[in-house]
Design a protein around this ligand. Sequence first.
Ligand code: PNS
Length: 365
Amino acid sequence: MASSPGDAPLRIISGSARGAKLAPVPKDVRPTSDRVRESLFNALGQFFDGGAVLDLYAGTGALGIEALSRGMERATFVEKNGKAATTIRENLRRTGMEDRAEVVRGDAARAVERLRENGRQFNLILLDPPYRIAATEAKGVLMRLGVLLAPDGRVVVERGDAPEEVLRGEKGVMRRYGGTVVTIFDRFDLTVNVAVCPGSFDPVTVGHLDVIRRAAGVFDHVVVAVGANHVKDAMLLPADRARLIEKVTGDLDNVSVEVMEGLLVEFARDKGARVIIKGLRAVSDFNSEFEQAQLNQTLDPEVETMFIMASAKHSFLSSSAVREIAGHGGDVSEFVPGEILESVVEAYSGTRPDARRRIKTESKG
Ligand code: PNS
């Protein structure tokens, strides 16, 4: 159980400040109890040899100060609550650690962003989000910590009575201390690999779906990017093409679909993706894909294009074939996923390419 104001004072458990009595806990702050703190540091290994610690949602600062006491060199505390920030400073004074620490008063997510921009690295990051912070917000902060972590660093997250759905599928080593759940992550656990899967998808075919599915099996998250501006003669609006893809990828938790305006490499960067995934069918795809990959590499050398080879049965399947066949009233049930067949037939029938060209020419006057 966490202690509360009025309980016995918190103390530093081990190391150079062992036994130091900390300042009274301000109202609204839920400090990590001495017992949980002790178990947690035992799980990490008793002592540290230098390095930097980041204590987010720091509260009284007891966790970060315990890390300093046990041999870490420097600490950064982030706390939004003004009274708690004052308590951290007082606790640093009481333990004689003021010179080794900075206290940032502000929002954890924003502080993390700034630390990232400044290229800071930490060997230990402690995250003890208050109960009132939404689990999704805390998870958002957690997933951004990978780049702040030194190669052998670890992130420790403490959650009181964390609901099962928050913890399910999460990596890291989890331990329970009464009602408190503590999870220890290394950098590998927090590295999120995002890929962008771009295309016109006019319409999405079973071949596209195969590539998206296989990419989703390799990457942590796949963003399907539906080209907007550049696809001049698409039959459907980008938002409608995106809706069809959403429908057929509904069972894939790690796939999202977005309309892409502007340059693909900028879109990828915006999504935190280092990889562009394209499907490659027969040799006839190669020239155009090679050209696009090289252009994108020139535009942003940090974004890699990777190819997933189409399955043999999809080698000659294309959106243009679907448009052609549906436009002539033919059967496209082999080529598009069943869930969207009706919508595709409705949207693309009677829209033979020659008819479309005529309509476009006429409308241009
Ligand atoms: O399905 P498609 O027609 O091969 O998709 C083409 C797409 C959307 C991937 C391509 O046109 C694209 O990347 N457009 C974004 C604009 C851009 O970045 N162009 C420069 C690199 S080709």
